[in-house]
Write a protein that binds this ligand. Structure first.
Ligand code: ACM
Length: 505
């Protein structure tokens, strides 16, 4: 494969070649074929260039851009894109067609003659079926329009899962009819005293539908049994009194944050002090009700039950809780996902998916906990904290973000291999998810500064073949630089990291 750096594509396609010249794109460019893909392409071209291409019509036999689906022509989520005097995108399925359109949009460039796309032949399909980003809407809340914009720009990088962290100590963010005080009493606060908020069921369904239109599955997370202080603001009878730990006390002091007080909103971002009551059946009524209502409004196959940092919960209690909670999710018809600590429990429900958030050089306990999901017939998502955590600072003096896992510059985010972290079979690795925890990000613009460009590094780790000659930092940084005009046109407040040659157009 010859992929000149002048080919501005992230993530790197499976195979691609560029010919001479370009196909101009202008007001007379006509599209034909799949109506949904055509409408998305027309909107995206208009946002980028100001040119609104005409809607497809049956009379358009001599169209310039042909969009269609042919399961025989490409793999699931794959596509073939051919650009000569005319262009054709053939998706192996709807998602593949959508990804072919995203690649065409990356090729769309302005030069002295106007807008055009390079002549090219691309054949593409993903390495991992699972490519995700997590947005923490609990520490700070982001409204429906912000989340839709976020979906636009991560789906353009061919991510196909959006994990929403819907509850934490600082606030509860989703309407649950059977436990109405969650949003009446525990949703109006956020980290640092920022205003909170929550999604009504209609809001949530709107996000899910919008994500689906961009071929993204939403994974809702209710973090349990820890990270549950907000639940106790609404229903004190469901939680234990806060249990302080040394890290919480010293960090609170350093940051000038109050320690958690039972029943009062918690605005700091210390962790590990909260727990639901493990030996009270009302807790399991609560878990089941919440899971059931989430299932009713979540078409995707997963419900995430958290499981991280339950530092004040005795291990035997923790194990008992997560064994029951994972079983409840299966009983309600979905597959549970949980942070790797849940793998400490011997009898987690078989088939539970683990999310590893330890480091690229694992601690033995974390590695064993993660491996236990595989022993129980499950599999793993890699959220290697010192590589994929989007809330880590790029540099020590970066104004946003935290540092506990690592300082992660763009190159470090790019250079890691998901199958080489844990001692499990390669097939047990479903893919990669990059989490954005929002303690320090109060606006979606601040979120974007941490997410872009590093999410693009994880997109390539998850999508592109690890053996491709161009899967190198030198190639990636050039191709990444070519994303700048797209992000600028989309109003994305990306961080122009100085190790990347950002292009103007
Ligand atoms: C985590 O970062 N507490 C999963």
């Amino acid at each position: 494969m010859v992929l000149p750096h002048s080919m501005p594509l992230v993530p790197l396609p499976l195979s691609a070649s560029v010919g001479d010249g370009r196909m101009p794109i202008g007001e007379a460019t006509r599209i034909t074929g799949d109506a949904a893909a055509a409408a998305q392409l027309i909107d995206a071209v208009a946002q980028r260039t100001g040119i609104r291409l005409p809607l497809p019509s049956d009379a358009d036999r001599a169209a310039d851009i042909h969009l269609r689906i042919d399961p025989g022509a490409a793999a699931l989520e794959g596509y073939r894109l051919t650009i000569g005097d005319t262009a054709e995108i053939v998706g192996g399925d709807e998602a593949g067609l959508f990804y072919g359109v995203q690649s065409l949009l990356q090729l769309l460039r302005q030069d002295d003659e106007g807008w055009g796309v390079a002549r090219a032949e691309i054949f593409d399909a993903p390495r991992f079926a699972r490519r995700g980003v997590m947005l923490d809407v609990a520490r700070h809340f982001f409204g429906v329009d912000d989340v839709k914009k976020f979906i636009d720009h991560i789906s353009a990088l061919k991510f196909n899962h959006l994990h929403l962290h819907l509850s934490d100590d600082q606030g509860w963010r989703i309407q649950i009819d059977s436990w109405p005080k969650l949003t009446e009493l525990a949703a109006s606060t956020a980290a640092g005293g920022a205003p909170g908020g929550f999604y009504t069921k209609d809001d949530y369904r709107e996000i899910v539908a919008y994500a689906a239109s961009r071929h993204m599955i939403v994974i809702p997370e209710i973090d349990l049994p820890g990270h549950t202080h907000a639940i106790g603001v609404a229903y004190p009878e469901l939680v234990e009194a806060p249990v302080m730990n040394d890290g919480l006390i010293s960090e609170s002091k350093r940051l000038g944050q109050e320690l958690p007080v039972a029943g009062e909103p918690y605005l700091g971002w210390g962790v590990g002090h909260s727990s639901v009551r493990i030996h009270d059946e009302r807790t399991y009524d609560f878990v089941r009700d919440v899971v059931r209502e989430l299932v009713e409004m979540t078409p995707g196959p997963y419900i995430h039950i958290g499981g991280d940092e339950s530092l004040g919960t005795p291990q035997a209690d923790f194990d008992h809780f997560v064994e029951r909670a994972t079983a409840i999710v299966f009983e309600e018809g979905r597959t549970p996902v949980a942070w790797h600590e849940v793998g400490a429990a011997a009898d987690i429900a078989e088939g539970t998916i683990g999310q590893y958030w330890g480091k690229a050089t694992p601690d033995g306990t974390h590695a064993a906990e993660a491996a236990h999901f595989v022993e129980r017939g499950g599999a793993l998502i890699m959220s290697t904290a010192d590589k994929t955590y989007l809330d880590m600072k790029y540099a020590p003096d970066f104004p946003l973000g935290l540092t506990w896992a690592a300082i992660i510059d763009v190159r470090s985010a790019y250079e890691w291999e998901p199958t080489e972290v844990l001692d499990v079979p390669d097939e047990a690795i479903l893919g990669v998810e990059a989490p954005l925890w929002s303690e320090t990000t109060a606006t979606i613009g601040e979120v974007e500064q941490l997410v872009f460009p590093r999410a693009a590094a994880q997109a390539e780790v998850a999508w592109s073949s690890r053996d491709a000659p161009e899967r190198t930092w030198e190639s990636f940084r050039e191709r990444l630089g070519s994303m700048a005009p797209l992000w600028k046109a989309g109003g994305v407040d990306f961080h122009p990291a100085d190790d990347v040659p950002w292009s103007e157009r």
